[in-house]
Design a protein around this ligand. Structure first.
Ligand code: GRF
Length: 208
């Protein structure tokens, strides 16, 4: 944490950045004792970069390298260097569409957080709300978890269910899921930055 006692967050995203906005607002309103120190994106025109710039938060595109679904080794080093320069305590994935591997995760052990739009371990991977509709489940939800070497497999911090309606479309279900995301991501981060989540293997425990 910085001298002011506020945790410094580095947010990574590839999309419109609505979770970033929810987190930045929670910080501004004093609901999350943190500040967003930097926003990085692998997509030059991503909305998240604009949303950050509007708020005066340093934001930049960083080249992801030669692979489509993950950062290559040099790109991982670039991202780690940018986050370390910004002095971040936590790396917050908010719609970052690339897998992070060894170099990155070793630099931030148990300090990388992700939000996933399903109740993991159901429906890992892309468009989880659509997977849920296609499968026909009656309940799906949101998971906040720490990131490990797998895809959407790390220790779970918080989960909340979202009911699937009979007339849901992918868009309507995703919209309800995102409402929950915007509430529970700041809540989960508040627990993490205050050291109130203890990790015991795959399980996490809330401590006071
Ligand atoms: C969210 O649905 C999140 O669960 C998933 O990517 C989406 C990002 O949305 N990992 P946004 O860019 O925060 O609006």
């Amino acid at each position: 944490m910085s001298l002011q006692g506020k945790a410094r967050l580095g947010v990574l995203g590839s999309g419109k950045g609505s979770n970033f906005v929810a987190i930045a607002e929670a910080c501004r309103r004093g609901l999350l004792d943190a500040e967003v120190a930097v926003v990085l994106s692998d997509v030059p025109e991503a909305g998240i970069l604009e949303r950050a710039a509007e708020r005066g938060i340093p934001a930049r595109y960083l080249e992801p390298g030669r692979f489509r679904t993950r950062l290559d080794e040099e790109a991982e080093q670039r991202y780690v260097a940018a986050l370390q320069e910004a002095g971040v305590d936590w790396v917050v994935l908010a719609g970052f569409m690339r897998i992070l591997k060894g170099t990155f995760l070793r630099a931030f052990p148990l300090q990388v957080v992700n939000i996933h739009p399903s109740l993991l371990p159901s429906f890992p991977g892309l468009e989880a709300w659509k997977q849920a509709l296609d499968y026909g489940v009656k309940v799906t939800g949101v998971t906040v978890h720490l990131v490990d070497q797998g895809i959407d497999t790390g220790p779970i911090v918080l989960q909340e269910p979202v009911r699937v309606h009979e007339d849901d479309t992918p868009a309507s279900l995703h919209a309800r899921i995102q409402e929950v995301e915007h509430r529970i991501y700041p809540e989960a981060l508040q627990l993490l930055v205050h050291g109130r989540i203890r990790v015991e293997g795959r399980r996490t425990r809330r401590v006071d």
